[in-house]
Design a protein around this ligand. Structure first.
Ligand SMILES: [Mn+2]
Length: 340
């Protein structure tokens, strides 16, 4: 067993090295928080004289491309320059080694620091973990101001505040979720204070603009919404056959869970999608009350936050999305007998 040191903000800032070849890693299937906080940290480290690249198991989804622009063409490991040999390796928004995919075995034991806001993770490096922070973006925001205050950088680099606002806004559902605190709003206010970006335009791009395919996926999903447990459990299932019929990608199916989540009376919202013909089912779960859906997902080896969690169901007894839905219903019942 390795003992990793928990660090606070000031210790983390001091542990950052300047003028060092560095790599910033964030979790696979990257979201706005991972991309925003990861690329903001990259710019901060560059301001400290580091040569920095970002890496992830999966490419940046199309809808987040506008955040990164031409800063880095690809974040896939195999696309990094062959002669790039980082000695400072920092992860953001990455709660466990599994979330790094194949990057982890490559960099195992070499990860310098982790910065994360997931309360229930597997610590794999020295670092700053704060389960009360809304997002990794909120933490990197505090880091950016600490670096400025202590003279490690003389200015906040162009683009950092917009990336951090995008990160915080993404992980809080545009400041609507229960992870929003006073500190989150203070962070957002300070990011806006410099007037370096247009928050209305940014939130429009993050939350309102949808591709035709995404709208199609939402319509198909809404038609497949079923309720169980007297309406307390809402489930949308999406089989591989439907995905193939309409030429949809996984990216189009990532927000399906918002459909049952918006239905009146639903306490636990579930989306179950089947990425390919194989009997493997990806489950997203949201809680509209104080029900801990990470405990439900843990029954299938998954995890996450109390109100937002996920897992993969891959069981010999489950071969269809309908069977996966039954397994989820049983798991929800088991976890909350009497409370639903
Ligand atoms: Mn996050």
């Amino acid at each position: 067993m390795c003992d990793f040191r928990p660090l606070n903000l000031s210790a983390l800032a001091q542990a950052l090295r300047d003028n060092t070849d560095s790599l910033v890693i964030f979790h696979r299937h990257p979201d706005g928080d991972a991309i925003g906080s990861g690329f903001a940290l990259r710019l901060l480290l560059e301001e400290m004289g580091c040569n920095v690249l970002c890496a992830c198991e999966d490419e940046i989804p199309e809808r987040f491309r506008f955040l990164v622009g031409d800063r880095q063409e690809s974040i896939l490991r195999e696309r990094l320059p062959a002669d790039f040999a980082p000695v400072q390796i920092i992860t953001v928004d990455t709660a466990s080694p599994a979330q790094m995919g194949t990057l982890y075995p490559v960099y195992e034991g070499k990860i310098t620091l982790m910065i994360d806001h997931h309360a229930k993770g597997t610590v794999y490096a020295d670092g700053w973990v704060d389960g009360s922070a809304s997002s990794a973006g909120e933490m990197v925001f505090l880091l950016s101001r600490e670096l400025l205050k202590t003279g490690r950088i003389s200015r906040i680099p162009d683009g950092v505040d917009k990336l951090l606002y995008a990160a915080v806004s993404s992980d809080t559902g545009c400041f609507r979720y229960s992870n929003v605190t006073t500190a989150t709003h203070v962070c957002a206010a300070e990011l806006l204070a410099e007037g370096t970006f247009d928050p209305a335009e940014l939130n429009h791009l993050l939350f309102e603009v949808k591709s035709e395919k995404l709208l199609l996926a939402e319509r198909l999903g809404a038609e497949r919404l079923v309720c169980r447990l007297d309406g307390a459990l809402g489930i949308v299932t999406f089989p591989a056959s439907l995905k193939q019929k309409y030429a949809l990608t996984d990216e189009h199916l990532e927000t399906l869970v918002d459909i049952p989540r918006s239905l009146e009376g639903v306490q636990v919202a579930v989306a179950i999608r089947q990425p390919s013909d194989a009997p493997v089912f990806r489950v997203s779960m949201r809680s509209n009350t104080d029900i801990d859906v990470s405990a439900v997902c843990a029954q299938f080896g998954g995890g996450g936050h109390i109100k937002a969690a996920g897992c993969t169901i891959e069981l010999p007894t489950v071969t269809t999305v309908e069977e996966a839905a039954e397994a989820v219903e049983a798991a929800v019942k088991k976890a909350f007998r009497g409370n639903l």
